[in-house]
Write a protein that binds this ligand. Structure first.
Ligand code: MRU
Length: 328
């Protein structure tokens, strides 16, 4: 059965608690915008497109409860600063309301469009990649991170669907382990061959000639084509360049932030140091050692081979063209 990260029920939002995976499949029932905001902040739901969809439904819950829409908007906005899809989706539902349209219908449309964008990106991406590829991916960009199918993982699923037999190296992705906990879980369900590796294994795998392409998602793409994504992505891009391996970013146009010119200007979320010092609830560092937890980094456009969107495949420096092109 198709993996879903969230299900809208009209008066409540069901959310698969991703902090508990892969051990437990626990569904949360959220009834207020504050509960939705907390679930986003605490990463019960994560992944830029999924955050956007869920925030839009959170807005609907707040408005239906008769709250001031500006306050609801602010509550949901102040959760995670890097994922552009959050601000984009909230902007859409707010605009719908201001124009006298139904924000609930708009939120449902956002979810539907995201799923369709993922299917389209999957197709475009799988056309680019030769058969039997050994791809390396970072973080989780699958059905759990989106309205369904996935971005980078969606391309991998489309490769499988088209009989191209992908093999996936799954970066475990410290400290949240989105790779080993979530991506591996999805790949297993899909029957896609894979192996989990520690983040520091990537370079040596490339040196050994075991990686044909790196495919990742994005949290925000600047106007000049720099890409913010899960911490560790920049290192992978440098390694891919050093080993002459293509480095693809897969993201819907809702991730493109035309008002931020350069990657340096993208806000980077800093999360609590405890998340680095604990692993699965176990202490893995001395209590008194300080730690730095940057959740994202920025890969400069120059290191990216191409950005795959639902509106076509673009050179990073030409990514703004995607915003003026119509969806096929
Ligand atoms: O901190 P997370 O788990 O929300 O980070 C997610 C990522 O970095 C993903 O690569 C990105 O959001 C794209 S998901 C389709």
């Amino acid at each position: 059965m198709e993996v879903k990260a969230f299900v809208w029920k009209g008066d409540r939002l069901l959310l698969l608690d991703q902090r508990k995976l892969p051990k437990t499949e626990l569904w949360l029932e959220l009834r207020t915008d504050e509960e939705v905001a907390k679930a986003i902040k605490d990463m019960a739901v994560r992944g830029a497109p999924a955050i956007g969809c869920v925030a839009a439904y959170g807005f609907v819950l707040g408005v239906k409860a008769g709250k001031d829409p500006r306050e609801v908007y602010e509550t949901l906005k102040n959760t995670r600063p890097t994922a552009y899809n959050l601000f984009w989706a909230l902007g859409r539902v707010m605009k719908a309301l201001e124009e006298g349209k139904d924000p609930e219908q708009e939120a449902i449309r956002i979810e539907k469009e995201d799923y369709e964008a993922n299917r389209r990106m999957g197709k475009l991406g799988s056309e680019l990649i030769p058969p039997r590829p050994r791809v390396l991916t970072h973080c989780n960009t699958g059905a759990l991170a989106t309205a369904g199918w996935g971005t980078a993982l969606g391309v991998i699923r489309s490769l499988k669907e088209e009989g191209k037999e992908p093999f996936v190296w799954v970066d475990e992705t410290r400290p949240y382990l989105q790779g080993s906990r979530l991506t591996a879980w999805e790949l297993l369900k899909e029957g896609i061959p894979h192996k989990i590796v520690t983040d520091s294994t990537a370079g040596f795998l490339m040196k050994r000639g075991a990686v044909d392409a790196v495919i990742v998602g994005a949290d925000r793409i600047s106007a000049r084509g720099d890409v913010a994504n899960k911490i560790g992505t920049y290192s992978l891009a440098l390694l891919a360049r050093a080993h002459n391996i293509p480095f693809y970013v897969v993201a819907p146009t809702s991730t493109i932030d035309p008002s931020t010119e350069r990657g340096e200007d993208i806000p980077i979320e800093e999360r609590p140091e405890e998340e680095v010092k604990l692993c699965g609830g176990c202490e893995v560092a001395p209590k008194d050692s300080p730690a730095l937890h940057l959740a994202f980094d920025v890969t400069p456009a120059e290191l990216i081979t191409a950005i795959i969107t639902e509106r076509g495949v673009f050179k990073p420096s030409e990514i703004l063209r995607a915003l003026s092109r119509n969806s096929p």
